[in-house]
Structures are given as C-alpha cells and as structure tokens.
Ligand binder design. Structure first.
Ligand SMILES: [Zn+2]
Length: 204
C-alpha cells in the first residue's frame, strides 16, 4: 500500500490527512472541525454486519407480507411485492418484470448475504470463510445495481397518482421495505472500503 492510498480528506473542511495503517484501523477525528474521519475497525464491521442481518430479516417480511391494499367500489385487491411487480406483466413485459424483481429483491438480498459471509467471521473472531475477499468484492460490485430505493420512489409516485381513483392502504411489507432502504443508506455511510479490506486481509 502506498502513502497515497492512506490519504483521507475531511468532507466538511477539506483538510487532508495521511493515516498510517494503525491509525486507519482506529477511530480518528478531523483536527480542525472534529468530523469523524474513520469509525474504527470494530465499530464499522459490527454496524455493517448488524445492519445486514436486520435487513435480511426485514426482507423476509417484505416477501411474505402484504405490500399494498387497493379498494375501488366492489374491487378489492391485496398485493405482495411479487404481485405488484409481476401482476402487470404480459408478453413482452415479462423479462422486464423479472429484471425488476432481480434489481429490487434478489440483488439487495445477495449483497446482505455476501457482507455477512465476508465480515461475520471477522466480527466473531473466527478465521475467514473461503473466498471471503471475493464475497466482499462482489458486494461492492453489486452496489450500483441494487435499486430498492428507486422502486420505493416509483411506488410513491404511483400511490399519489392512484390516490384519487382508489382507496389505498399500505401493508407491513411496505414499511419493512422502507426501513430496508433507510437502513441501507445508513449502512453505506460507514462502509469504508479501506477499513473493510484491511480487516479481511489481516484476519488470519
Ligand atoms: Zn474537518
């Protein structure tokens, strides 16, 4: 690792610091403004793994609980996320629906599992599982493709548009999904690549 790799900038006041590997592993604050530059290895990994496990549990709620409940006159329909995505797909739209399902459910779920697989042993003080580095690499590679939040924006727009035509109530899966999106944003704020890679590489 070169000195350049250990440079870190404060996002608040733009001060630049060069951290030694020992410093980068611990918790550091900006000398000028007090902003927390690195979280410290133990805390960062505990939060990434903890949030991933929470999200995994919430995702299972999303899959099995009702997502939306529509009422218009005598018409009443209770839809899960699967129904919402696949319900409107016919003919040429089927591949698109399957892609959407992949982007909003399968990929986010895979990311949580990969992170738990790669970092769980570090947290527990065990040896790395086989191919832990590969699992961590894939969790970073998949990040731009996991689009649960974009789906939620789409659902919000649809709810506003449909509000005049039908009575819509949101089910438990809707709130679980919203929580997954919020927790994921929170998790990504302390997913420092430098910290996670050194944690895995030095865990033997
Ligand atoms: Zn600062």
């Amino acid at each position: 690792m070169t000195a350049m790799d250990n440079r870190i900038g404060c996002p608040i006041c733009d001060a630049i610091y060069t951290l030694s590997p020992e410093q980068a592993r611990g918790a550091t604050r900006c000398r000028q403004c007090g902003y927390r530059l690195t979280l410290g290895r133990g805390a960062a990994i505990a939060r990434v793994v903890g949030v991933s496990i929470t999200n995994l549990a919430l995702m299972s709620l999303v899959i099995f609980m009702p997502f939306l409940d529509l009422r218009a006159g005598t018409f009443h329909n209770r839809a899960s996320v699967f129904d919402a995505i696949l319900g409107f797909s016919e003919g040429i739209m089927v591949p698109l629906s399957i892609a959407v399902l992949g982007f909003i459910l399968v990929l986010p779920l895979s990311r949580f599992l990969l992170l738990i697989y790669a970092l769980g042993p570090v947290l527990m003080g065990w040896r790395n599982f086989p191919q832990a580095q590969l699992a961590l690499r894939w969790s970073f590679l998949l990040k731009p493709w996991a689009m649960a939040e974009i789906f939620m924006v789409g659902v919000a727009v649809a709810l506003v548009k449909l509000a005049g035509m039908a009575t819509i109530s949101v089910g438990p899966a809707f709130w679980a999904f919203a929580a997954v999106v919020a927790l994921n944003v929170y998790k990504d704020t302390f997913m420092c690549r430098n910290t996670l890679w050194t944690a895995i590489d030095t865990n033997t």
